[in-house]
Design a protein around this ligand. Structure first.
Ligand code: FES
Length: 339
């Protein structure tokens, strides 16, 4: 190896990437159009970018990694690729579920506000024109540089459409003050623009299992749940399912007519909308309070159930605790956490 080049051999694909030592493994792979999952965009707190390193694992373990990986993980060579530096030649393996991830180009064909802070973006795939994905999958949208932020970066957004929609996908993007990705989607993106993204990441393969399902979403965390429910509806899935959708104010509610219609169409589906501060809203179908309280009071026993959750860390942690108390095994709880 010369001082200016390092070789990364990917054992399970047979590829070799040449890169410059000193950058993160995550960046080296991405520069070579090899995509590793991320929600946080490489900041070290989502834990999604795990990669097993078999040789050349020399850079010191970082604090974010100590929070996401166990001693056993470290002993087996697992690192967060956004934290591990390439310091010389390496041998790695890519996670199995990322082997079909590739780069897509798409056109923005619809944009609309679906509630106070969330913009729905519909993308028509151009190159390649179709994508296979699981219900609840997400994409990494490439956010271009701005005058303030000189380097573009990927941001994770869940797909709301079902897998049958192979040529067009929908995202719901909440506006976050100062947010790099949401600022672009809300203030810059317009109809007819071309965007690029890598996908598909993750997804929920057990959508139509036979045991009961509890879905919980906070705010724009509704997207992957919509994808799952729409898929269940299209495939006449009779799985007994309860969906708890929690928001702060009534103006944050979205997709309510579709979900209430689904309740009538799917015999085994129940929908609960929960609002923390409903103000003067008189809709008697809305439950007042926190989503965690609603789950605890409506679900008496969740033994044998599975759960799918999407939202912020605080809500997910609280919901996981309640679901485990109600009898769900930790390994039957699947979740997507917002960055
Ligand atoms: S991308 Fe590495 S922790 Fe999120």
């Amino acid at each position: 190896m010369s001082n200016s080049t390092a070789k990364i051999v990917i054992r399970n694909t047979g590829e070799t990437v040449e890169t410059t030592p000193g950058i993160t493994l995550f960046k080296a792979l991405r520069d070579a159009n090899i995509f590793v999952p991320t929600i946080c965009g490489g900041k070290g707190f989502c834990g999604k970018c795990r990669i097993q390193i078999f040789s050349g694992n020399t850079s010191p373990v970082t604090e974010p990694e100590k929070k996401k990986l166990t001693d056993e993980d470290f002993a087996q060579g697992w690192r967060l690729s956004c934290q591990a530096l390439v310091e010389g030649d390496m041998e790695i393996e890519l996670p199995q579920d990322t082997k079909d991830v590739r780069l897509y180009k798409a056109e923005v064909v619809a944009l609309e506000m679906v509630c106070r802070e969330t913009r729905r973006v519909r993308l028509r795939l151009m190159e390649p024109p179709t994508m296979e994905y699981l219900p609840g999958a997400f994409i990494l949208l490439d956010i271009p540089p701005t005058p303030e932020k000189k380097q573009g970066a990927p941001r994770a957004y869940s797909i709301a459409t079902p897998p049958s929609s192979k040529n067009e996908i929908e995202l719901n993007v909440k506006h976050v003050p100062g947010g790099f990705g949401s600022g672009y989607v809300h203030n810059v993106l317009k109809l007819g623009d071309m965007v690029s993204f890598s996908a598909p990441y993750s997804g929920y393969p057990q959508t139509c299992a036979v045991n009961d399902l509890i879905c919980i979403a906070g705010g724009s965390g509704i997207s992957p749940v919509l994808s799952i429910l729409r898929h269940m509806k299209e495939t006449d899935c009779a799985r007994k399912t309860k969906f708890f959708f929690g928001v702060r104010e009534c103006d944050d509610l979205e997709y309510i007519p579709e979900l209430r219609a689904m309740e009538k169409e799917l015999e085994a589906f129940e929908f609960f909308s929960i609002v923390e501060n409903p103000g003067n809203n008189a809709d008697e179908k809305i439950l007042v309070g926190r989503v965690t309280d609603a789950v605890a009071s409506i679900v008496n026993d969740a033994t044998g159930c599975s759960a799918y959750l999407c939202g912020g860390k605080g809500m997910l942690d609280a919901c996981c605790r309640i679901l485990v108390d109600l009898g769900i095994k930790q390994e039957d709880i699947f979740f997507d956490q917002f960055s």
